[in-house]
Every structure is written in C-alpha cells, then in structure tokens.
Design a binder for this molecule. Structure first.
Ligand code: RVP
Length: 499
C-alpha cells in the first residue's frame, strides 16, 4: 500500500520567523553571512565557503561567464549551465578563471558601416554608452574606433549617419598594450582623463576595456570569492550521461566545483557519476535534487560534497503539473535539514545543503537559511539583472528580460529531464517567460543582503549557524497571510515590483 505523509507539503510563504532577543552587539553590520558549500569534518574548515549564501542556477538564461564573474565579485558562486557542448562550457569556465579583475571583454560592438540608429538601439538594449568599433563587429576584432555619448548629437545628426563618420578613430585613441596590469591601466586613465581605456594586442586587435568606474568598484568588493591564485571561484553543472567527456574538460579549464544538475537526483546514475568524478579527479561535486531524507542519505553515501534540495518549485518549472512529482520547498528543506543534523551527530561530517528554486521574496532566503539551508540557488532572481545572458526587451511600458526553464523546448536540455531511452524529450517541464528587468546585480544583491542581515539581527543571530540553531519559526494561517500585506487601506499607487 502507498505511503501517505501525515502533513501537507508546505511552501516558504506559509511560515514566518519570530524575533529573539537582540543583544546590542547583534546589529546588521555585525552579521556575517559566510557559509560552507563543501562537506567537512567537525572541528575542521570546509575546502570551499561562500562569503554570501547565494548561487545562481544552472540555466542557459542565468549562469554564463559574465554572471559568474559578477556574482563571485560579490562573494557568491555561479554554476555555469551544462546544456551546451562540453567545449563551450569549458570555454566559459576558462573565461572566469582567466578573468583579470578590471579588464572586461567589450559587450557592445559595431562595425564602421553601422549607423547612428544602430548605436542608439544597442545602447538601449545593453545600457552601455561606450561602444567599440571593430572591423568585424566582434569584441576581439581589429579596433578601428570608439563611440561614446560625446560623439553624436541626437538632435542634429541624421539616424542613418555612418559610425565611421562620428566615432573617435583609432589614431586619436589612447590605448593600453596587451599585458598591462591594472594599476598601470588605472594610471593611464587618470593621466589622460579617460573614462575607458581599450587594451589592444600587437595587431591592433581589441582584448578588453578598462573602465574608470570599475577600478573604483574593484576596491569596493572585499567579499570577492577568489582562489589562491586570485582568480574567481566558479562552478559548473554536469549531467549523468556525458560526464566522461565533459568533466575532464571542465576540470582542465579550472572549475572549482561541479554539480549534477537533474530535476530528480535520487538515482543510481547520480551515484555512478559521483563515483567517476571522485575516482578520477580532485574536484568537489554536489548532487541533487532531492526532497526527502532517503534521497539525501543516498547522495551523501554516494560521496556528494553538498546536496541540492527541491523538485518542482522553480518559477519556470511545470514538473509538478506535468508529472505529478515534487514537494513544497519548505517541507522538503525541513526534512532534509533534519536528516543532515542526524547524519552530522552520527558521523561528525557536516554536509551543506542548498535550497534550489521557489524563492520569490527576499525573506524566503532568510527563512530557508533558518530552516537549515547553507545557501540558496536562484534562477528568476538573477535572470532580472544586467549580467544575465538574455535579451532585455520592452513589453508595454516595462523593461523585461527573457527567462526560460532548462526543461523547456527552448533549452532542449535532454539529459537533465530525460531519464532514459533514446526518444528524447517528448513533453516540456519548463516554460519560456519574461521577468521584470531590475538593473545591476550588485545594487539588488546589496538590498537583499541588508534585508537578510536585518532579519537575522531581529532573530538574535550573527551568523547563519546561529540562525539555524536558534530560529523560531511559525506556520501562518490562511487568514493571517492577508494581514501580512498592506490591507484595509486604499493604495496611492501600484508599483511594478521586481522582487
Ligand atoms: P527559481 O529561482 O524559482 O527561478 O528556480 C530556479 C530552479 O528551477 C533551477 O535552479 C532549477 O532547479 C529549476 N529549473 C530550471 N529549469 C527548470 C525547468 O525547466 N523545469 N526548472
């Protein structure tokens, strides 16, 4: 006979935290969000910790090299998406590892034959006012000039005016030579009063751009997540099918940690994949996703360095509707966290858990940490930012960014959602959607982090560990949910919230 759970499965929105005594030293400024991401023995330190408990989802529309750099700079980690060829994925990992802080690959590029109209459209799409003009319009083509807002007047210049007529030509540009270091580039920026210094190689090919504002930003990132060589730490998603081909390339490219990316991780394929990685490489590997004690213990006993929790709660995920499997994210997390505590008591080994999917409000992050997660993984949250790989568009009066699930036809990530056979994906488990555009990652992350720290201060916790030990959490009734929002007043304006 089937087993029936006595409790319904619950989501984050059904819970609230109760404040504990806040001592005078427990201010938000004193809250430390450092958190382990790989398993460790009691009394020892984990090999990899995050400085903030955030990871970006293993998704085409979320985690490429640009996102990985931006998030590592703030102290979190991205897992570069695996629904691409192993070579392309390894190239993204390599870009992150080789990235020299302050040197950015030009993201807005045109040819001299383009027009002012193209400049304005590109500026609207990317938000960048500095455009590199190269012979082939690529970020690494021969540099022929630069266009900034100071090179044209929209009120005077015709829209069909060619870029070659108004760009600042290469002969008038101050450029840095390949191999220059950041302090030297910064000196040139100051000496020549520049906003941007292009770096070119011996054949005048563009390598990168150094911006005045980025140099300042660089100094503002004390939490940046770096390895011993001062390269950003980066993760990569793998699957249980082509790992023998993919993992060697990822490890060679410098991936610090892998995660098996699957909607249902309680499988023998995951055990085999972990065994292969552990036998052949010295790289950390997480596994998932699971929603109960049995799944957690199976993956831990298979050797996983962390375990990812959640089935069907993702914003673009329709697994529950399509297949009828899954569990409310809060219930999954509570059960897995209990199993983790038990395991820790019995073995002295602490296995970090990651709450993946279903974070809608910032406070859901704090709740998931209080319920036992060591870090969260988010897709929708990060997809809204400038740094996500997708297009920014205007829909009605609002800017949006594209966001699609890995189980959607658009991603065609056969391996993740197809558990066997040769027929491939015959139905979708994800949708193709838009999310409200929200600006830069750092600005939004700072706001979210200040909310988390403020709540932790209310709960009398100066660290995630203290929050997990001491949090008091209550279920809310359906009626009291209404009380939680603005109610019984006439709102002056409705805002288009991106949170
Ligand atoms: P969210 O943060 O709610 O957008 O959820 C992101 C998570 O959703 C991912 O980390 C992944 O576990 C899951 N996902 C990704 N694609 C799909 C799908 O197409 N069903 N689901």
């Amino acid at each position: 006979m089937a087993y029936y759970y006595s409790e319904p499965s619950r989501t984050f929105s059904e819970f609230l935290l109760i404040p504990n005594l806040t001592t005078k030293d427990c201010t938000p400024a004193n809250v430390d969000l450092k958190t382990p991401i790989t398993k460790f023995k009691k009394g020892e330190q984990p090999d990899i910790s995050l400085n903030i408990p955030f990871s970006s989802a293993v998704m085409q529309s979320v985690s490429d090299d640009q996102m990985a750099i931006a998030l590592a700079r703030c102290g979190g980690i991205s897992f570069i998406f695996g629904s691409q060829s192993p070579e392309d994925q390894a190239a993204m990992v390599r870009k992150v590892k080789e990235y020299k802080s302050g040197f950015v690959v030009s993201r807005s590029n045109l040819t001299p034959e383009h027009t002012l109209k193209d400049v304005l459209e590109l500026k609207e799409e990317t938000g960048h006012s500095t455009i590199a003009v190269t012979d082939d319009g690529s970020p690494t083509g021969k540099l022929l000039g630069i266009v900034t807002g100071r090179d044209y007047r929209i009120s005077r210049d015709p829209l069909d005016k060619q870029v070659s007529e108004f760009m600042t030509p290469f002969s008038s540009l101050i450029v840095g030579k390949s191999g220059i270091n950041l302090p030297e580039a910064n000196d040139m920026i100051w000496e020549h009063k520049l906003n941007c210094l292009p770096i070119v190689d011996g054949e005048q090919r563009l390598e990168s751009l150094v911006f005045r504002k980025d140099y300042d930003a660089h100094k503002e990132n004390p939490l940046a997540l770096m390895d011993g060589n001062k390269s950003y730490i980066v993760g990569a998603g793998i699957n249980t099918k082509d790992y023998e081909e993919r993992v060697p390339l990822l490890v060679e490219a410098g991936a610090d940690i892998l995660v098996i990316d699957a909607s249902d991780g309680y499988t023998e394929w995951q055990r085999d994949t972990i065994a292969y990685v552990k036998e052949n490489f010295n790289v950390k590997i997480g596994a998932g996703n699971v929603v109960d004690k049995e799944g957690f213990l199976y993956l831990v006993e298979s050797g996983a360095d962390f375990v990812k929790v959640g089935i069907g709660g993702g914003s673009i995920c329709i697994t529950r509707e399509q297949k009828g499997i899954g569990r409310g994210q809060a219930s999954s997390l509570i059960e897995v966290a209990e199993a983790r505590e038990q395991y820790y008591k019995e073995t002295g080994i602490y296995v970090p858990i990651c709450s993946d999917g279903g974070i809608v409000h910032d406070y859901h992050i704090t709740l998931s940490l209080a319920m036992g997660a060591d870090f969260v993984m988010m897709g929708r949250y990060f997809a809204r930012f400038d740094e996500s790989p997708t297009k920014k568009l205007k829909v009605g009066n609002n800017f949006v960014k594209e966001f699609w699930g890995e189980g959607s036809n658009r991603a065609r990530n056969w391996q993740r959602y197809d558990t066997g056979g040769k027929s491939g994906l015959v139905f979708e488990e994800g949708v193709d959607s838009y999310v409200p555009y929200a600006g830069s990652l750092k600005e939004n992350l700072d706001k979210t982090i200040s909310k988390i720290k403020s709540t932790m201060s209310n709960c009398g916790a100066k660290s995630i560990d203290e929050l997990q030990q001491n949090a008091r959490i209550t279920l809310v009734s359906a009626t009291s949910l209404v009380e939680g929002g603005a109610h019984d007043v006439i709102m002056k304006e409705t805002s288009f919230s991106g949170e």
